[in-house]
Design a protein around this ligand. Structure first.
Ligand code: IFM
Length: 460
């Protein structure tokens, strides 16, 4: 561990990340409108145990206490998201001062504690009123999002210098519209592609708006690329399965955002499900608006092969457009409580790839792991697997830096246990434990380890 801290350059940013719907609760307070996640989680069968974000970590009421905890951990930065339905309850129109007021206070509290606010505008809680108009299927969403970005950057831009438009547009589009496992729960591969396109269009439309309000700020987007591995001795069909999977997970976003085009062959691969009429002249120029850095969220690699002739596809990958004959291959051990493969080398590979593709400085805006934590008799949470995961992945980040990647910061996911979307409260990712009955926060061993790494780095 000692050596990990000292492998990072001076000025490296140490943070943690959260997202509005996962921690805030208070879903009906101060004029907040309904989001697609309120609707989805209230629909029977959509989340584990019927869990919702109604109370979550009650962060809306405990914000000061939570910022004090961040200070205790020694964080340089805190990445949080703004809930669009708090700011514009119906998704458009005059901003709600009470909703904005919460983020205004949060920013002041953070700055007062010496912690840099890193703001994400959209982490999946679309106002339900906009979904009723088609949500990310409706091209008008680009303008709605830009207006929302203007409202938030106008209110906080005098103090916030780090802005991210979208968190993981792959999840919003593919999990939300193609696989149906996230809000709004549609299961149509063509809708997944339309959503991805409109998300990138909204991003590109909002970038100049943010710059107008905060000329000196850094503007970015956060993607969740994943290193795709095929079989060790691949057939031609396996190589094609890897190519198609890589395109839908990575190229779908790297292409339009950084190369001004969809990946070669991609639109032919998805031609069976769409005529691509949602792509208008000039869209790709809008989407590829220059950025200051790229946020990378990465947890695990992806393993695939071609579906053998005569077999039914295995796993969920075949539900994604262009991947109809792709099999998911079981992860190599060890795996986390999510069943996700632990692979620091894959983490390093995807960081290096992201830096290459974007040509930008990279921030690891999320990385972490879920384990079946328990509070021990000594009142502590001993989470050796999370400590190992953290130290192993920090080592991979350091390897990438030493190999030449310009990585400027790392944000542990997550500051605290929270609402893990369709998995509800079953899966705990926090470096701080939350008792959901009492809302008591307990720093886990991993949180103490992280605090030590930060302190050691600072003392260099
Ligand atoms: O909890 C999520 C987060 O909202 C987005 N990135 C992945 C995390 C773990 O699944």
């Amino acid at each position: 561990m000692d050596s990990v801290a000292h492998r990072f350059p001076a000025g490296f940013l140490w943070g943690t990340a959260t997202a509005s719907y996962q921690i805030e609760g208070a879903v009906k307070e101060d004029g907040r409108g309904q989001s697609i996640w309120d609707t989805f989680s209230a629909t029977p069968g959509k989340t584990a145990g019927g869990d919702t974000g109604e109370v979550a970590c009650d962060h809306y009421h405990r914000m000061s206490e939570d910022v004090a905890l961040m200070k205790e951990l020694g964080l340089d930065a805190y990445r949080f998201s703004v809930a669009w339905p708090r700011v514009q309850p119906d998704g458009t129109g005059a901003p709600n001062p009470l909703g904005l007021g919460f983020y205004d206070r949060l920013v002041d509290e953070l700055l007062g504690a010496g912690i840099r606010p890193v703001v994400t505008l959209y982490h999946w809680d679309l106002p339900q009123a906009l979904e009723d108009l088609g949500g990310w299927q409706n091209r008008d969403v680009a303008g709605w999002f830009a207006d929302y970005a203007a409202a938030v950057s106008g209110a906080l831009g005098d103090r916030v210098t780090s802005w991210t438009t979208l968190n993981e547009p792959w999840c919003s589009s593919m999990l939300g519209y193609a696989l149906g496992v996230h809000a709004p729960g549609h299961a149509d591969p063509a809708e997944g592609l339309v959503a991805a396109h409109h998300l990138m269009l909204a991003h590109g439309t909002a970038v100049p708006v943010i710059r107008e309000h905060c000329p000196d700020a850094e503007v970015s987007i956060t993607l969740n690329p994943s290193q795709v591995h095929g079989p060790e001795d691949p057939t031609e069909a396996d190589l094609d399965a890897v190519r198609r999977t890589d395109n839908i997970l990575n190229g779908l976003f790297f292409g339009p955002l950084f190369h001004g085009a969809y990946p070669e062959g991609f639109l032919d691969d998805v031609a069976p499900v769409t005529d691509a009429s949602y792509i208008h002249d000039g869209d790709l120029e809008v989407m590829s608006a220059p950025l200051d850095n790229l946020g990378v969220n990465n947890y695990f690699p992806t393993r695939v092969r071609a579906t053998p002739e005569g077999s039914e596809p295995r796993g969920q990958a075949h539900l994604m457009p262009g991947c109809e004959r792709v099999d998911e291959v079981p992860p190599h051990p060890p795996v986390t409580a999510m069943g996700w493969e632990v692979s620091p080398p894959s983490h390093r590979m995807i960081i290096e790839r992201s830096a290459r593709e974007s040509g930008l400085p990279v921030l690891i805006t999320e990385n972490g792991s879920a384990w079946d934590d328990v509070v021990s008799e000594d009142g502590q949470v001993h989470d050796p697997e999370r400590v190992d995961y953290l130290v192993g992945h920090l080592g991979a980040v350091a390897d990438a830096i030493e190999a030449g990647a310009d990585v400027r910061g790392y944000f542990a996911w997550s500051l605290m246990d929270n609402f893990e979307w369709a998995y509800g409260y079953d899966k705990r990712f926090g470096i701080v434990h939350v008792d959901y009955d009492t809302q008591v926060r307990t720093v886990k061993d991993s949180g103490r380890t992280y605090a030590r790494v930060i302190a050691e780095h600072r003392g260099r």
